[in-house]
Ligand binder design. Sequence first.
Ligand code: NDP
Length: 337
Amino acid sequence: NKQFTLKSRPHGAPTQDNFELKSVSLPELKQGEVLLRTIYLSLDPYMRGRMSDAKSYAEPVAIGDVMVGATVCQIEQSNNEKFAVGDWVLAYTGWQEYAISDGEGLMPLGKEPSHPSYALGIMGMPGFTAYMGLLDIGAPKTGETVVVAAATGPVGATVGQIAKLKGCKVVGVAGGSEKCQYAVEKLGFDACIDHRADDFAEQLTSACDAGIDVYYENVGGKVFDAVLPLLNTAARVPLCGLVSQYNATEQPQGPDRMGALMGQILTKRIRMQGFIIFDDYGHRYDEFATDMQKWLSEGKIHYREHLVTGFENTVSAFNDMLDGKNFGKTVVQVNQP
Ligand code: NDP
């Protein structure tokens, strides 16, 4: 059984040296336990926070421990009557090929789910995050303008498509022309602006000719700088993530703009609210699952995966995702079903 453990805490972007790829043998299964074979491992931006020991809403991974993460597994052996060999489950077994579980916390996905990996994306944590952040905090109304960055990732793509279903004008922000084209042609966004363009702020301004009513914040940094002056009175800003600063090692240079930001929030009565999906909304998962299942079956939501094969590529795939080299939800295929 191969596993990635955390060897040291990254300074800036993680490197291969921060992890150890170990081979360990697994103990015999006890009564009540199951052996899980990881088929899909989810890679998500929050994992960068778990590699660091800065104070956060969750405990960091301890040095020497297996990196955490959601997985979709098949039962390889079972000493637990609730699970049969071959069953699919959603688990949280982290960056490893196999794991032993007493069954606690495993979510059954059935014998032959049509898209098992969706439980890590559109039907799982990222889809749920998009849904609750947009609808509960963003509260978009028909005709309003919604802006979302990381627009082709699992959260951003879902936010924009739900906003379209609610009758909004949707402007995405993404890295590169291929992603922008996909957001408009496939996801149905009204426009999508490349944040790497020199005139990014000007392009965003002309795309949002009626200002911005909901800015779903995934990235921070210069995207937020361009968005702030465009926010309308009574705009809502669900603060979901700040991926542009996850690898930062120091404060950015420049004048202190906190006063100006507070001034904008005050005079425009902007409502900005952070949230942590399962802590704040765990009890509302069924509401999301019902709507999303329906939208998917009606073909109203598109979902794209960035499937990486080979467990040994996990660290580089994680870095690629933070760098925007993914195109869709990053999933590592660890074993064949
Ligand atoms: P993605 O798969 O979309 O990956 C992150 C993307 O961020 C990259 O692909 C890249 O896309 C973009 N990006 C990276 N650096 C920058 C930058 N400097 N400026 C602009 N864009 C950048 O991630 P997810 O959809 O999984 O997550 C999106 C956000 O949601 C993250 O911030 C994450 O932390 C947050 N999140 C929060 C949760 C919560 O409970 N609050 C739960 C789940 C996710 P591109 O190439 O288009 O620039």
